[in-house]
Structure formats: C-alpha cells, structure tokens
Design a protein around this ligand. Structure first.
Ligand code: ADP
Ligand code: MG
Length: 420
C-alpha cells in the first residue's frame, strides 16, 4: 500500500530537516514508492537528489545510483552522509571497495553510487544478483541520448542491466532535456511515457541579457560594478580564463580562476574560497559549477557563446538560487558562431542533425528581438508568460536599442550562410 502523507512528511523532516516538499518532488517520490518507473526533468537546484534518497531511506534494500563523474558522486555522498543516510561509492578513487561490497550485500546501504562503465561490467551484474535492490536512479540521464548535449555511450549499456531486474523501478533524472531528448531517454531506459514528470523551468528572479561582445573587459567591468555580490564569469579556454581573471583583478574585486589545467588542490581551494565569499568573482571554464551549492551567486556571465541552450540554462541557473534578483549576461561574437559552424562539420554524421538543431536554437535565442525567457521556456516545452518583464528585450523599448537588429543581420551574414 502507498505510504500515508504523514509517513512521507515525517521522513522528509527526520532525514533532511525540511518542512515541505518542493515542486514536483512529492509526486516523484510517490511514484517511486509505488514502484513506478519515472523520468523527472527538474531544473538545477530543484532538489532531484531527494527524490531517490528519500525512497532509499524508506524502503528496504539499496538504491543504486548511476552518476557520470566521481566528483559528483563524492559531493552527493558527503551530503547524504551528513543527513545520516548510509551511502557509499564504488569507484577507482574509493579504497574501501571490499568493505562497501560487504555492506551492500548485507543490506546495510541505502545508496550505492557507481559510474556507468562499472555498472555495466559482468562482475557488477553478479554483485547485483546477490544484493537487495530497491531502486535504480540514473542521474544526468540525458547522457543516454545522442540528442542530449552530453552523450555517454556507456549509458546505453544500462538498459540491458536494468532489464535483468524487472521488479526494480527506475528513476531517471535530468535538468536539461528538450522534448526530443526526453522521448529518447524514456525509450533508452525503458520507462513508460506516462512516467514523465516535468517541473517548471522558469527562474523569474534571473534577468537575462544577451549582447554582442565588443570590448569584453570593459563590458564585464561594468557588470562587476553593477553587481557587488559573488559571480561567475565563464570563458571558453584556459588561456582566456587566465587573461580575463588578470584583467578583472584590476577592478579591485577579489578574482579567482578555475580550469582543468590547475592543480587539483588549487581548484579545490579556489572553489572553497568562492563558496565562502560574499563578493568573489570566479573566472572559469565550464569545468566549474557542477555540484556547487552556493545560493547567493548574483551574476553569471558568459564571455562567449555557450555550447547549447541546455548548457546556457544550466550554467545561468547557478545564479540566484536563493530567489533574490540576479543577472545572466551573455557576450557573443559572430566568430563564436563561425567556429561553432565549423565544428558542426567535424562531428560524426549521425550526430550532425542534433548538433545543428542545437546551434539553431542557440542562434534564435541570441537573435530574437522578443522575450528571451519565452525562447528558453518554449525550448523546454513550457508555455511562457506574455512578456517576462525581466530580460533585456522586454525591458528596453523597441527602437531605442537596435543592437538586436544588428545581431540579426550579423548572424544572417555569417552563421546562416551555406545553410540549406
Ligand atoms: P539538483 O540535483 O536538482 O540540482 P539538489 O538535489 O542538489 O538539486 O538540491 C539542491 C538544494 O536544494 C540542496 O541544497 C538541497 O538540500 C535543497 N533542497 C532539496 N529539496 C528541498 C526541500 N524540499 N526543501 C528545502 N530545500 C531543499
Ligand atoms: Mg543533482
């Protein structure tokens, strides 16, 4: 029988200290408690982890969580353990693997984190046969789709594994999936269509501004001047990060850099300093941000074109998780589009259509003279409000600024040439 309301709410409070579910969380948890496989599409920060952690605590047996990155797994592990949840990870970085396997088989784990490469190996399958299972949770589930923005072939090996345990429900989670990707995730993971739950994507406290990049250092300096709180500036390459960090340090604000070329201890120290700070600017590649839980980020700037609308939404979504006013500024150049088009020619043929669609969607976001939020929300299948009142185009009276007109012309000239 499904658990009574009071049981779920008491467990929510006892385990996490929260007084209420947020958004669709309760709906997702109820489905899992009723053994119904689900795909939950919930924006970053919406609280996806809780939707598998709570059932894992309430039900007998272990929830096996598929997660693509060791760093992500360890973040999750730490916060689960801080809530008294019995959790472990099986990765090459975990030296207590024997002990973890023992605990798993003895039914002494609520959560077991594992990467898809390991999950699909025969000896892991053997292990699953001899352990009590209660749920498969698939984090970053868009990785299973070639239409998604971050395809990982190993995710394709999960379905055959899950199919061996037909009584165990599946919960796929992602922040970023357009309609096409959602349908693909459902099919690839064997989740019925009625199992799709989509949370609201609107982040009304984020003000979107998208403008041509002419003098990036000056443009960003102005942004820093207007926004004294903590912020992130995304640059595209390591050397761009270094250069921008140096230039912006000249404004007198505390500025740190973050990219994959820095030693791990420097990255960890910079990240910790940013999380603790009330005025720090982090100049970073997109390697920075996943798994960071800082509610008071006041701005996110892109010094160049992001990879896709999904990536843009996810990266800008790191601003204003506390609900206070925040800004997202994108500076783009025609050369960004030219490069993106060039890369399009280099991807494998079977992925070209998807990549082209992704780039087109990004171009419409950049070139629109209409509401930016409307384009974002429609992209995620949501009906937008009539004029959001909180993006550059909604705020600036038409005709006063013809930057968008310029943008459109530039793009037609450069990006659209040669497109059939
Ligand atoms: P996601 O994976 O969707 O990006 P997380 O699971 O990391 O989000 O949760 C984001 C933050 O929201 C975490 O700090 C978490 O503790 C908090 N949170 C989740 N659910 C609730 C809730 N019902 N009430 C209050 N805070 C919540
Ligand atoms: Mg998450």
């Amino acid at each position: 029988a499904p658990p009574a309301d009071s049981v779920l709410h008491e467990a929510l409070h006892a385990t996490f200290g929260f007084n209420a579910f947020r958004g669709v969380q309760e709906q997702v948890v109820r489905r899992i408690m009723a053994d119904r496989s689900t795909l939950a599409v919930m924006p970053t920060g919406a609280g996806k982890s809780l939707t598998y952690q709570l059932p894992a605590v309430l039900r007998e047996g272990t929830c096996v969580v598929i997660s693509p990155l060791i760093a992500l797994m360890h973040d999750q592990l730490r916060s689960a353990e801080a809530n008294g949840i019995r959790a472990a990870a099986l990765t090459s970085a975990d030296l207590d693997r024997e002990q973890t396997i023992e605990r798993f088989r003895a039914g002494a784990l609520d959560l077991l984190y594992v990467a898809p490469e390991r999950a699909s190996q025969p000896h892991f399958r053997e292990l699953l046969r001899r352990a009590p299972l209660t749920l498969f949770a698939i984090d970053e589930a868009h990785c299973v789709s070639e239409w998604g923005h971050d395809f990982r072939p190993d995710y394709r090996l999960l379905r055959p594994l899950f199919d061996e345990f037909p009584a165990v429900p599946r919960l796929a989670l992602t922040a970023t999936a357009d309609a096409h990707t959602r349908a693909d995730i459902l099919a690839q993971l064997g989740i019925p269509e009625e199992g799709l739950i989509v949370a609201g994507f609107d982040r009304p406290n984020i003000r979107y501004r998208i403008q041509p990049r002419d003098q990036p250092v000056r443009q960003l300096t102005r942004l820093l001047g207007e926004n004294p709180g903590p912020g992130i500036v995304y640059a595209q390459t390591r050397s761009q990060v270094e250069r921008l960090a140096e230039a912006l340090a000249g404004t007198g604000r505390p500025v740190l850099a973050y990219h994959a070329g820095l030693p791990p201890e420097v990255r960890a120290a910079n990240q910790a300093a940013f999380v603790a700070s009330e005025d720090m600017v982090m100049v970073a590649t997109i390697a920075f941000g996943m798994g960071i839980d800082k509610p008071d980020v006041r701005f996110v700037a892109h010094a160049g074109l992001p990879k896709s609308i999904e990536a843009y939404y996810q990266e800008t979504g790191r601003a204003g998780r506390d609900g206070d006013p925040s800004v997202a500024v994108m500076l783009w150049g025609a050369d960004d589009f030219a490069r993106a088009r060039q890369r399009l020619g280099e991807v494998e043929p079977q992925r070209q259509a998807g990549e082209r669609q992704r780039l087109d969607a990004l171009a419409s976001l950049v070139e629109t003279a209409g509401c930016r939020r409307a384009i974002l929300l429609r992209h995620f299948g949501e009906d937008p409000p009539q004029g959001c009142g909180n993006c550059d185009n909604c705020l600036e009276a038409p005709g006063v600024v013809d930057a968008t007109e310029t943008a459109r012309k530039l793009l037609s000239a450069i990006y659209r040439t040669g497109q059939s």
